[in-house]
Design a protein around this ligand. Structure first.
Ligand SMILES: [Zn+2]
Ligand SMILES: [Zn+2]
Ligand SMILES: [Zn+2]
Ligand SMILES: [Zn+2]
Length: 119
């Protein structure tokens, strides 16, 4: 499965440069690079990367899941008017436990109005 391993490395590389990507954008990027993988391989590689805790999957829009590197930790600021997603330092202090729930990881999403939309 050398091909699959290459694909995973390529996906990590893409996400290092582009922050958030959905599957359609990933397929487009791969095509631009002249590497053709089918959708099923890409989904399989993304699932493996998720299992390995290397990437995170977000549902900022109903239509498409977006992926990013798990090591890229920041808050996501989402504009309610234009849908733009901005990143900022995450100021949330993660507790080890909430009640009996053991916390591994968090995503902070702030909803508001971006600079451009504040007219
Ligand atoms: Zn992000
Ligand atoms: Zn995450
Ligand atoms: Zn906006
Ligand atoms: Zn944080």
């Amino acid at each position: 499965m050398a091909n699959q391993r290459n694909l995973k490395a390529t996906l990590i590389e893409l996400l290092q440069n582009k922050h958030l990507l959905n599957v359609a954008q990933i397929l487009e990027e791969l095509e631009t690079q002249g590497r053709s993988y089918n959708k099923t391989s890409v989904y399989r590689a993304l699932d493996q990367l998720l299992e390995e805790n290397l990437i995170c999957k977000h549902f900022f829009t109903e239509a498409q899941a977006a992926y990013e590197l798990r090591e890229h930790h920041h808050a996501h600021l989402i504009c309610e008017k234009c849908g733009k997603i901005i990143t900022a330092e995450c100021l949330y202090h993660q507790p080890e436990k909430v009640g009996n729930f053991k916390v591994n990881h968090h995503h902070l999403t702030l909803i508001g109005i971006c600079d451009d939309c504040q007219v």
